[in-house]
Design a protein around this ligand. Structure first.
Ligand SMILES: [Zn+2]
Length: 419
């Protein structure tokens, strides 16, 4: 049996305390041993030591890799979700569908080179499917339904979606009702049921636009700007809303459950956040995407103090400058401090959010993702950073971005920085 030993200044298993001068032994795609280098069994003690910190492979809890070619949009800045959606829609319509596949693979490679091995990857167009297994990494490809009102869904939309879902794939499948506003409530409820019947996870956008709440409450069409004349077909526009907050509406249509996680979750008040907590629905925070689009900062400190298990996403290059998850972790730390979070556990909780938190959001923690433990999948990343005079989590949060030098997924080296 061949084994590989990864030894570094620190190993941070996340599911256990950090190990100074630690080592991880990998055999057949699994972790065979983990502990201090001083305790390594004799047959492995000759392994080379490297500077830096080993962590579990990062979990990007919200992205759309097929938009990796949309850098020009992500490099801009906008004043509202609706303004950004319009610019995005124009470029989206101009894309040659076959190019989605290479874009998704390129996105996966970029993220892998910054330490990510597990993705909550939303797939809108068929050619983008399969990028994760092709690049040797894991996660879930959530097939997206968007812009469907009840009539279209009944007149063929549902049958088309089911056929799409059943297509053979090497990737783990999930379902993404795009958002509670871009589909009629009956369609979202049906999608959630389809997922439950098949044991699939669900992932959606929630509370990303300020205008969203007015849609659920009064049927205000602002958030549907990208849909033009079709807006009037949406049930909530016809009804003039249902008087619900964003959280109440999402719950009423079945979107909040422990098998669903939601991205952004910016415009939710305490009662709505408590509803998510009660339903065990996790949030994936994407702070850099929110900044580019011109949105408010998510209530990061509130999520932490109110007891949420949070996760982190980059979103796509259509709304973010890079797919380096540690950049978002650093930004979350700054936002949390600015919002008044004072506990010294902040950096440790954010490292957990970028690993175990993401794995839990996707139901993959029970399979050992998001942590380093014996018998678990050999997914890890090495960051070439120096830990001197401060805690290892603090250094990871401050300096982790841009410093990944090695990524291992399922025991295979999927990225190694050239010397
Ligand atoms: Zn998104």
């Amino acid at each position: 049996m061949t084994s590989e030993v990864y030894a570094a200044d620190w190993v941070v298993p996340v599911v256990a305390a950090p190990i100074r001068d630690g080592a991880v032994v990998v055999e057949d795609g699994r972790i065979a041993w983990i502990g201090p280098q001083a305790d390594l069994p004799p047959r492995w003690t000759d392994a080379p030591r490297q500077r830096g910190v080993i962590v579990p492979g990062l979990v990007n809890a919200h992205t759309h890799l097929q938009y990796t070619g949309f850098r020009e949009i992500g490099a801009g800045s906008y004043t509202s979700f609706e303004e950004w959606s319009f610019v995005f829609g124009e470029l989206y319509d101009a894309v040659e569908p076959s190019s989605w596949h290479e874009a998704a693979r390129e996105g996966a490679r970029l993220a892998i080179a910054s330490g990510t091995t597990v993705f909550a990857e939303i797939v809108t167009d068929t050619p983008a499917r399969g990028a994760l297994p092709e690049c040797g990494v894991g996660g879930i490809e959530y097939l997206e339904a968007i812009g469907q009102f009840d009539r279209i869904w009944r007149e063929g939309g549902r049958a088309d979606f089911l056929a799409w879902l059943e297509e053979p794939t090497d990737a783990r499948r999930g379902i993404s009702p795009h958002a509670a506003y871009s589909l009629d409530g009956s369609v979202v409820t049906d999608l959630v049921r389809i997922a439950a019947d098949r044991g699939l996870r669900v992932h959606s956008h929630l509370g990303e636009s300020f205008a969203e709440a007015d849609f659920y409450r009064h049927g205000d069409r602002t958030v549907l700007g990208a849909y033009g004349d079709l807006r009037d077909e949406f049930e909530l526009v016809r009804k003039g809303g249902v008087g619900h907050t964003t959280g109440e509406y999402a719950d009423a249509i079945g979107l909040l459950s422990e098998t669903t996680h939601v991205a952004h979750a910016i415009y939710l008040d305490r009662a709505e956040r408590d509803l998510l907590l009660a339903r065990r629905t996790q949030v994936a925070l994407c702070p850099r995407s929110n900044r580019v689009i011109g949105l408010a900062e998510a209530p990061v400190a509130a999520y932490l103090t109110e007891g949420h298990e949070i996760s982190v996403g980059t979103d796509s290059l259509a709304s973010s400058p890079s797919l380096d998850l540690m950049e978002d972790v650093r930004e979350l730390a700054a936002i949390a401090r600015k919002q008044g979070y004072t506990d010294s556990d902040l950096e440790e909780r954010l490292v957990r959010a970028a690993t175990l938190g993401g794995a839990k959001a996707m139901g993959l923690a029970d399979d050992g993702y998001g942590g380093l433990s014996v018998g678990g999948p050999a997914d890890l990343a090495l960051f070439d950073i120096a830990v001197e005079g401060t805690g290892v989590h603090e250094v990871l949060v401050a300096d982790g971005a841009g410093s990944c030098v090695l990524t291992v997924a399922g025991g295979r080296e999927v990225f190694r920085a050239s010397a």
